[in-house]
Design a protein around this ligand. Structure first.
Ligand code: NAD
Length: 345
């Protein structure tokens, strides 16, 4: 099938070209995001492949459908950027990659915890500057501390397992309880209970209408003073302005985030010679107890290989008229649960 890839980098091309050896699809790579302005470039491509910051709204979908596209293949797990209702009305099938490497993101979240706790970002620069003083680098033992995992799906479960290895107590909140997490020793509680008892709160649930700004001024007030908040899921889970107020008051002691609600205008690009116009982002960056990374949790060799292989297998399934277990339907906007078959891919 002819596939138009939007928002691509050299590493995407490398992994997709390698995975295509067993599929034989035809690729056109565009560096630009998929937007109402760029959507006409997909003319003549039955499939379009997009990433998290491509906005696949009703406008874009109408243009794609009018130009002969009938398949949108997300090379991501999250699908909050796609208007599934409009896609269904236009007869466009939407597929995603629900599982590629939960380890990649969970390990990255654990990395943020260590980095913030032991102030590794400061220590690295100090030693390079021949400053060997330890003042200001004081951390706490993770052993014996309480970790709150919000969303105990694939990534949340891996993260819980890693933190168990450090000797942490595990609390969890989810709309479904995971027997594997219970077996790990995680105790399910309500969200307010999790927030008021956790030293570290780590977000691993999807961005859905009912999780939008799950972390807001009210929920921050319920947290332990000096809490560490980690977000490797989606920027929209967190009200950034409320987090800034929480940091200024000392209620939030550490904030590590791999995602940002307005990241589409910033992340994945080199803007080092540009004046960033986003004042909220710039203020957040200025705090000494904040670490921001540019949505790189997924970025491991293993994950990119799995993303390319699953995306092309999804497209081949649809091309050959087979049922694709990674297809997403409009009703999944309400709650997501990964089909069992997705994990085997
Ligand atoms: P998953 O579907 O396996 O798990 C998500 C869990 O969240 C499920 O157990 C689900 O029941 C739960 N959930 C749904 N609604 C909830 C609610 N209202 N409150 C609490 N829990 C709720 O997904 P996953 O593979 O573990 O991925 C989790 C999220 O991580 C994705 O949605 C995506 O946004 C994010 N992600 C980030 C990166 C990155 O590079 N930083 C990479 C992949 C995924």
């Amino acid at each position: 099938m002819k596939i138009a890839f939007f928002n691509t980098k050299p590493y995407d091309r490398q992994f997709f070209e390698a995975a295509n050896a067993s599929h034989g699809h035809e690729f056109t790579f565009f560096e630009c995001h998929l937007t109402p302005e760029t959507a006409p470039s997909a003319v003549g491509h039955p499939a379009v492949c997009v990433f998290i910051n491509d906005k696949v709204d009703a406008d874009v979908l109408r243009t794609l459908a009018a130009n002969g596209t009938h398949l949108v293949a997300l090379r991501s797990a999250g699908f909050n950027n796609v208007d599934l209702v409009a896609a269904e009305e236009l007869g466009i099938t939407v597929v995603r990659v629900p599982a590629y490497s939960p380890y990649a993101v969970a390990e990255f979240a654990a990395g943020l915890v260590l980095m913030l706790n032991r102030k590794l970002y400061k220590a690295y620069n100090r030693v390079r500057d021949d400053n060997f003083a330890l003042d200001g680098l004081l951390g706490f033992d993770l052993h014996g501390s309480t970790i709150g995992v919000v969303g105990t799906g694939k990534i949340g479960q891996c993260f819980a397992q890693i933190m168990k290895g450090f000797g942490c107590h595990l609390l969890g909140y989810d709309v479904y309880e995971s027997p594997a997490c219970i077996e790990l020793g995680l105790t399910y509680v309500t969200l307010p209970e999790l927030l008021s008892n956790s030293d570290v709160v780590s977000l691993h649930c999807p961005l859905l209408p009912d999780t939008y700004h799950l972390i807001n001024a009210d929920s921050i007030q319920q947290m332990k003073p000096g809490v560490m908040l980690i977000n490797t899921s989606r920027g929209g889970l967190v009200d950034t302005r409320a987090v800034i107020e929480g940091i200024k008051s000392g209620q939030i002691g550490y904030f590590g985030t791999d995602v940002y609600e307005e990241e589409a205008d910033l992340f994945f690009e080199d803007l080092s010679s540009t004046i960033i116009q986003d004042d909220v982002f710039q203020l957040l960056q200025s705090f000494p107890n904040v670490v921001i990374t540019a949505h790189q949790g997924f970025f491991t060799r293993n994950a990119l290989k799995a993303i390319a292989e699953t995306t092309l297998a999804n497209i081949t399934d649809i091309e050959q008229g087979r049922v694709c277990c990674n297809q997403i339907k409009a009703e999944e906007k309400v709650v997501t649960k990964t089909p069992a078959c997705a994990i085997d891919r």
